[in-house]
Design a protein around this ligand. Structure first.
Ligand code: GLN
Length: 478
């Protein structure tokens, strides 16, 4: 049962081959025995109760009681939600995020909350206050981040699929480093209600899974307008679970700037091999340029910290966060709560964001970054006049060793160079595993126009079939 995809698990549940109770019991066992530190909380009793209710009901819901792991940045009622931060240790939300509620309504069972970089700031889970997650392919290497635990849970077959959040690459980059599929939808596709905010103009929730079809099935149930999030959109055409195995008539543009020098040779080789496969499936593959893509890192690291600095103001020990007793003044109280509660990267971002929003600096930094953001969007618009989808590596490197980038934040920020442009432009993008380099997975990224999810899934599904990535980390032998 361990190696079943979500789709296969759902089929087994509907055919009666296995009950939700049996499936959830096995998944809870795997989540509790957790050498990769994928989980921050396992809800064994809650999951068992929901499985029993589904098994007892006269009709099985669409997902039939399939287990799912949820990134700890999504609020779950009565179940600890920390966003990977000490400041929220033991916090139990009063309500459940809309997207999680929608999945539960469809019959998915939340087995636990996954590890992540504190407040989703990071690319390795090394910024988690609860210790990093380990890459199942090599436990001396990072799984990527910030949705690292959501990626390791799927890669290590603890859960068939999971939810992550992506602000600048946090679903796609860990998916790439762990050899699974990760998808960031169009901005506004999925309600952010109950998602602990990092950078509100960029944050999106999306699936991590073993197959592209599983990702589509999951997304299908979470998209759409939610009155509780005014940026969520009406989804007028349903997400389709892809069937096609051809790319005939499809034009794919390869982003020249994202295939340049910083890309490891092994990554480039797998990506180039995948582009040849795309041609074999009937696609026309042409080089394209996103001239401002190189400014993605600088732009993102002004806009995201600026938004974070205001979003994180609520963790003041009064509204959220521990309320200590032994302070004399209000200021001392704030300083104590935030000084003890936040880790170094979060503090760095708050300072950077506050600085770039200060009067006198606002025009020079924040406003200029917003202008460049528009230029990046225009680059994509120009590209989409010529091609249907744009391709690049997801990450310029494979999984890197622990500690190798922690001393140099800029090196860490460069991990997201390939995922940031589509995030800044609000576009959907998917990462699929496309091969191994020195035994570690490589991710291939496709991005499309806003609302092109169906096209993106179709292309990714066709390619996935041609790539035939069947490798699994050695944990499967255990
Ligand atoms: N790694 C990027 C950052 O640190 C992106 C994080 C994310 O997408 N949540 O901000």
């Amino acid at each position: 049962m361990r190696d079943l995809t979500a789709e296969e698990s759902i089929r087994a549940l509907h055919s009666g081959e296995v009950s939700a109770t049996e499936m959830v019991e096995a998944a809870v066992g795997r989540a509790s025995d957790d050498p990769w530190n994928s989980f921050l909380a396992v809800d064994a009793n809650g999951a068992r109760a929901r499985a029993a209710a589904i098994d007892a009901a006269p009709e099985r819901p669409p997902f039939g009681g399939v287990p799912i792991a949820i990134k700890d940045v999504l609020s779950t009622r009565d179940l600890t939600t920390t966003a990977g931060s000490r400041i929220l240790e033991g916090f139990k939300p009063l309500y459940t995020a809309t997207c999680v509620e929608r999945l539960e309504r469809a019959g998915a069972i939340v087995i636990g909350k996954t590890n992540m970089d504190e407040f989703a700031m990071g690319s390795s889970t090394e910024n988690s206050s609860y210790g990093p997650s380990l890459n199942p392919w090599d436990s001396g290497r990072v799984p990527g981040g910030s949705s690292g635990g959501s990626a390791t849970a799927v890669a290590a077959r603890q859960a068939p699929w999971s939810l992550g959040s992506d602000t600048g690459g946090s679903i796609r980059q860990p998916a790439s480093l762990c050899g699974v599929v990760g998808m960031k939808p169009t901005y506004g596709a999925v309600s952010r209600y109950g998602l602990i905010a990092f950078a509100s103009s960029l944050d999106q929730v999306g699936p991590l899974s073993r197959t592209v079809r599983d990702s589509a099935m999951l997304l299908k149930h979470i998209v759409g307008r939610d009155p509780c999030d005014s940026t969520s959109l009406d989804w007028w055409k349903p997400i389709e679970v892809p069937e096609t195995d051809t790319l005939a008539g499809m034009r794919i543009g390869v982003v020249e700037e994202l295939m340049a020098d910083g890309v490891e040779p092994g990554v480039r080789k797998s990506v180039e091999a995948t582009l040849l496969l795309a041609e074999g499936l009937g696609a026309e593959v042409v080089p394209i340029s996103l001239p401002n893509a190189g400014f993605g890192v600088a732009t993102y690291y002004l806009i995201a910290p600026a938004e974070a600095s205001t979003n994180l103001a609520r963790f003041d020990g009064i509204r959220y966060g521990p309320r200590g007793e032994d302070h004399e003044t209000l200021l001392e109280h704030y300083e104590r709560t935030r000084g003890d509660g936040f880790g170094p990267e979060v503090k760095r971002r708050i300072m950077l964001g506050t600085f770039s929003l200060a009067s006198g600096y606002y025009e020079a930094y924040y406003q200029r970054a917003q202008r460049v953001r528009t230029l990046i969007l225009r680059d994509f618009e120009a590209a989409f006049a010529k091609v249907d989808l744009v391709a690049s590596p997801t990450s310029p490197t494979v999984a890197f060793p622990f500690g190798s980038r922690t001393d140099d934040p800029y090196q860490m920020y460069l991990s997201d160079i390939c995922t940031l442009p589509s995030s800044l432009a609000g576009l959907p993008a998917i990462s699929i595993p496309c091969g191994l380099s020195d035994g570690l997975p490589v991710g291939f990224q496709l991005a499309g126009k806003a609302f092109s999810e169906n096209q993106l899934f179709s292309a990714a599904h066709a390619l996935e079939g041609a790539i035939g990535f069947r490798d699994a980390p050695e944990v499967m032998a255990a």
